[in-house]
Design a protein. Sequence first.
Length: 90
Amino acid sequence: MSKHLAIRFALHGCANRPFFHLVVLNQHKARNSRPIEVLGSYDPMPNQNNEKLISINFERLHHWIGIGAQPNKTAAEILGESVFSLFKLQ
């Protein structure tokens, strides 16, 4: 089962105000289908300090990567290669 798991962003929010949840789900399911687990959230719209906010449960992210879940391209780019290299070192 783990070879078919993906870590990716599921689109939420409304028109002109996107909001994403970082989720684990079967890679063959639709983007917004019910996830196995929600790992965090990402708000791409800058706040009043011109910051884009992201919140991640790193313990659960480490768990899912450890059992073979693969981040898709967008998730890897936003989270950064450094996040995934940290998990490889442990």
